[in-house]
Structure formats: C-alpha cells, structure tokens
Write a protein of this length. Structure first.
Length: 143
C-alpha cells in the first residue's frame, strides 16, 4: 500500500531543557515557523509537520547508538525526508549557520537499494534530528 501520495502531516512532541534555546534553534537554524505556544511548550512547523517542544528537563537523556552503514546513529531521533533540492538547501543553511553535524552530510547505502543522502544534527537539548533524501520517493521502503 503506497501512502506517500496522500501523506498527511505527522505530530511529534519531544522534551527540551530550555524553550528559548529551542525557539532560537528551530526558528533561526532550521527555519521553522511557530504556531501555538505557552510557557511550557511551543508548536513548530517543520516542513509542514507539527513538532512540539515541551519544557521537560528531567526527560533529557543520553541516546544509545546503533551502527548503520558505518555511522553510529542515535537510536532515538526524528526528522524529515526532503526532496533532493530541499535537502541541499538545508545542508547549505546549516553550514552557513555554523551548525555542528553529528553525522556529516553524506550518501548512505551508496549503489544499493535505499541509497539516500543523510545528515544528523543535535538541537540544544541533545535531541537528534535526521534529514534525508532519496533520488525517488518510491525507494524509501525499497528492500
């Protein structure tokens, strides 16, 4: 069943140490706009998806890592699969902002099924984000 054509926005809530740091990172580094907010949470528009930073310092933990194609990938992470040109724009934006990459922009599974461009960054609270792109959306779930 192919749901990509009719994909709906997802919603994800995650903990942060400081709402103002989160606001600055998600707005100024990633370019998100803000929706609703309170003194405990902020809604961000991440490429059309609703992500919500909740002030919850006690839930911030180190993340375990798993080996994926030679990289130590944070097990707990989230992100967006972008079109190739949008992925490159994000890479350029992050480099211009001087962002440190947890995993540098690269091609994973090169020459194999599921080949993708990927990068990982951390937000100020240590939440890992992955942004990737595929040459064809039909390859996202290809074995």
């Amino acid at each position: 069943m192919n749901h990509i054509k009719n994909l709906r926005p997802f919603h994800l809530a995650f903990p942060v140490l400081d709402l103002e740091e989160a606001r600055d990172f998600y707005m100024n580094t990633l370019g998100c706009s803000i929706g609703r907010e309170s003194d405990q949470w902020i809604d961000f528009n991440l490429y059309g998806h609703q992500i919500v930073a909740h002030l919850s310092p006690n839930e911030i933990k180190d993340v375990n890592r798993s080996q994926v194609d030679g990289d130590a990938v944070p097990v707990r992470h989230f992100g967006v699969i972008l079109e190739n040109n949008e992925w490159q724009k994000l890479v350029d934006r992050l480099k211009t902002k001087g962002e440190d990459f947890l995993i540098e922009p690269r091609v994973r599974f090169e020459g194999k099924s599921g080949e993708q461009r990927t990068l990982f960054i951390l937000d100020p609270s240590g939440n890992a984000l992955e942004f990737k792109s595929f040459a064809h959306d039909g390859h996202i779930f290809r074995r």
